[in-house]
Design a protein around this ligand. Structure first.
Ligand SMILES: [Mn+2]
Length: 411
């Protein structure tokens, strides 16, 4: 069974209350289509956060539907399974599901019931049986439904006489996942144990966390085919940078499963981005001390830059005139370039101050932040400003060296 796992499209996102990202999402669908051409998956999974908001504009529904219909026309044999995420309206997505069913496309919005209140035959709604395997389609759920999920896996097992692969979807944050890119939510994000999903699936196709990662493995972008014994749980990650904090490659996951309880082979297919996010000044230079410095930098930057989102990083002492943002918008308009401005600038203390004022300010890590960190490198990255002599690359290299040493002595 071969699946193409995607999640967190956030289709219809309008960023900085100003910029429509439709062309970026169309660009994603073009790449997706090319991957399907090349790899011929049995099923395309979309593990939630299909839309950016619960009530997207009518044009957003139309555009999304057009993309899915285009895929279906081009690959009528491809099974498509779409589940709702926390950003989606479960009932709205569900309300269209019967129409999608006509094209053999499964759309699940509302979560499965609590076991003892479930009507007869409810399981069929959540199970997609293909010639090559099973998909248990589980959308975002706020409550605990462990018994329900285990029941669904047992239900599949009862008819799985040929030992075909079993895939399940889910949309939530699992304990121990790398939350990079969710900087605003860290500390408030609820994480649950992976045990809640049972263990009779071969591949758990997760959404919600935007950084691609296989649970229990280090989260680096890796184009190689990695083989793991089932069960494996993985986040495919978001398809475009949903915010400037998502400073990592985006990809879709191509997953091959040979049989139930067999091997799971995962390959990351890199998604190109139409636009990137930058913070000015670039290259970790010192923050701007004045709005005049920033505008001068911008005028030079514009000469070569195109198709970028940008924001400014100022020293916390910089004084910003009230009309600063409108001046920036004017400069962009006159440039004729595709530049998109985030008017929320960031203010940072200078390096000396961070060290002397460590009790307050932006560089202070909350205990909750630290608890969420599974990779010591993340801690070092976030506190790097306190150690001016260290570079991130050197630290990364040293960690890799230690890691490979440990691996060798384990083997
Ligand atoms: Mn999301």
């Amino acid at each position: 069974m071969r699946i193409l796992h995607t999640s967190d499209l956030h289709f219809g996102q309008v960023i900085y209350q100003h910029y429509d990202r439709l062309d970026e999402h169309k660009h994603f669908f073009e790449q997706l289509s090319n991957f399907i051409d090349k790899y011929h998956p049995d099923v395309l999974l979309m593990s939630g956060d299909i839309y950016d908001v619960a009530l997207p504009a009518a044009s957003v529904w139309t555009d999304f539907n057009s993309e899915i219909v285009k895929l279906h026309r081009r690959y009528p044999e491809l099974n498509i399974v779409i589940v709702a995420g926390n950003h989606d309206s479960a009932s709205r997505i569900e309300s269209h599901s019967k129409v999608w069913q006509l094209a053999g496309i499964t759309v699940v919005g509302t979560p499965p019931p609590i076991l003892n209140s479930a009507p007869e035959g409810w399981e069929e709604r959540y199970i997609v049986q293909l010639p090559t395997g099973f998909v248990i389609a589980i959308p975002y759920m706020s409550g605990d439904r462990t018994e329900t999920l285990i029941h669904l896996q047992e239900y599949v097992a009862a008819s799985n006489i040929d030992n075909l692969p079993v895939v399940m979807t889910g949309h939530l944050a699992v304990v121990g996942s790398d939350l990079e890119g969710h900087n605003q939510e860290i500390g408030s994000m609820r994480t649950v144990s992976l045990d809640r999903f049972g263990s009779s699936y071969d591949y758990l196709a997760l959404g919600h966390i935007h950084k691609a990662q296989t649970l229990g493995r280090k989260t680096i972008y890796d184009e190689n085919a990695n083989v793991y014994p089932a069960p494996v749980a993985r986040y495919s990650g978001s398809v475009v940078h949903v915010s400037e904090d998502e400073n990592y490659p985006h990809s879709v996951s191509l997953v091959d499963i040979d049989k139930h309880g067999g091997d799971v082979t995962i390959r990351q297919l890199r998604l190109k981005q139409l636009r990137h996010f930058v913070t000015l000044p670039t290259d970790n230079a010192s923050p701007f001390e004045s709005s005049k410095d920033a505008l001068e930098f911008l005028k030079k930057f514009i000469e070569t830059a195109d198709k970028v989102y940008f924001r400014f990083r100022f020293s916390q002492n910089a004084l910003i005139p009230a009309d600063f943002n409108s001046i920036v918008y004017d400069i962009i308009d006159k440039s004729g370039k595709d530049l998109r401005y985030n008017p929320r600038m960031i203010f940072v203390a200078s390096d000396d101050e961070v060290i002397s004022n460590n009790d307050e300010g932006k560089h202070q890590l909350e205990l909750e932040d630290i608890k969420q960190m599974t990779d010591p490198r993340e801690f070092i990255r976030k506190t790097a400003r306190s150690y001016p002599g260290l570079t991130e690359n050197e630290i990364d290299e040293l960690f890799c060296e230690v890691e490979s040493y440990i691996k060798k002595s384990d083997a």
